[in-house]
Design a binder for this molecule. Structure first.
Ligand code: UGA
Ligand code: MN
Length: 253
């Protein structure tokens, strides 16, 4: 099966660095198709050049988050809206338009652009029949948040933050069989979901807890980390003594 990796992304000073790290990880993975959806009114040169240079199989899409759902600049208010919703949904729409459940075997994974992925994670998820799950490092206020497994089945969750969510896991903690998504053509992420509930609202429409397939040695290994890159200090950018101003897309807003 091919792994279809859906990544929403948006412009900020670290974007090129994040996507470079991701593209280099994905180059280590066979049969991977990267679907990158820019949160923007147009596709950008930065992302286009990066994808072409990567030699990966990719699809490049764009859709802008409506103004009313854009996050405020103040990082303290960064939790008011879910992120990447319309972008992931456009990725799902691309799968439904372009792939045929009878002909293509696939697995779908939502990989945010700032996380850190072990190449071994992709071989864990490749055999997903319904929905596979594994722990995620550095999320939910914990070193590791993830499913607790007994007898090869998920029996509960090692999650504390909003632990009564139907599926208290992060976006990075599961993959879905392509056929399951194609057979549920209306399943999508919701712009109005309460923070932390995006994953649960989608999963509860397509799977039950007893059907989940634990991976990563019965969910005992961490193969993905919810890293979040610090916003760099750029306070000398407008200093008159600074003369290095390369004409690269990452320096232009
Ligand atoms: C956490 C989860 O890990 C996300 O999967 C989930 O979407 C998010 O919460 C949420 O509740 O909405 P967090 O690290 O806070 O994630 O979110 P980001 O990494 O900032 O954003 C998730 C993805 O959306 C990233 O790939 C990012 O590039 C993209 N994004 C973010 C946009 O496309 N546009 C934005 O304005 C912000
Ligand atoms: Mn993130």
């Amino acid at each position: 099966p091919t792994i279809y990796v859906i990544t929403p992304t948006y412009w900020r000073p670290v974007q090129e660095a994040e996507l470079t790290r991701l593209s280099h990880t994905f180059q280590l993975v066979p049969k991977l198709h990267w679907i990158v959806i820019e949160d923007s009114n147009t596709t950008t040169k930065l992302v286009g050049d990066l994808l072409r240079r990567s030699l990966l199989t990719y699809t490049r899409l764009h859709v802008a988050t409506p103004q009313a759902y854009k996050l405020p600049a103040n990082p303290k208010l960064s939790w008011v809206h879910p992120r990447g919703v319309l972008q992931r949904n456009l990725g799902l729409q691309w799968l439904r338009t372009n792939l045929d459940a009878e002909k293509q075997k696939g697995v779908v994974y939502f990989a945010d652009d700032d996380n850190t992925y072990d190449q071994a994670l992709f071989e864990e998820m490749r055999s997903t029949k319904t929905v596979s799950v594994w722990p995620v490092g550095l999320v939910g206020g914990l070193l590791v948040e993830g499913p607790l497994v007994e007898g090869g089945k998920v029996v509960s969750w090692n999650s504390v933050w909003k632990r009564h969510r139907p599926f208290p896991i992060d976006m990075a903690g599961f993959a879905i069989n392509l056929r399951l998504l194609l057979n549920h053509p209306n399943v999508a992420f919701k712009l109005k979901a309460e923070i932390g509930y995006q994953e649960s609202l989608l999963l509860k429409e397509i799977v039950t807890i007893s059907e989940l397939e634990p991976r990563a040695d019965n969910c005992s290994k961490v193969l993905v980390w919810h890293t979040r890159t610090e916003a760099p200090k750029l306070d000398q950018e407008n200093n008159g003594s600074y003369i290095f101003q390369p004409n690269l897309p990452c320096f232009k807003k």
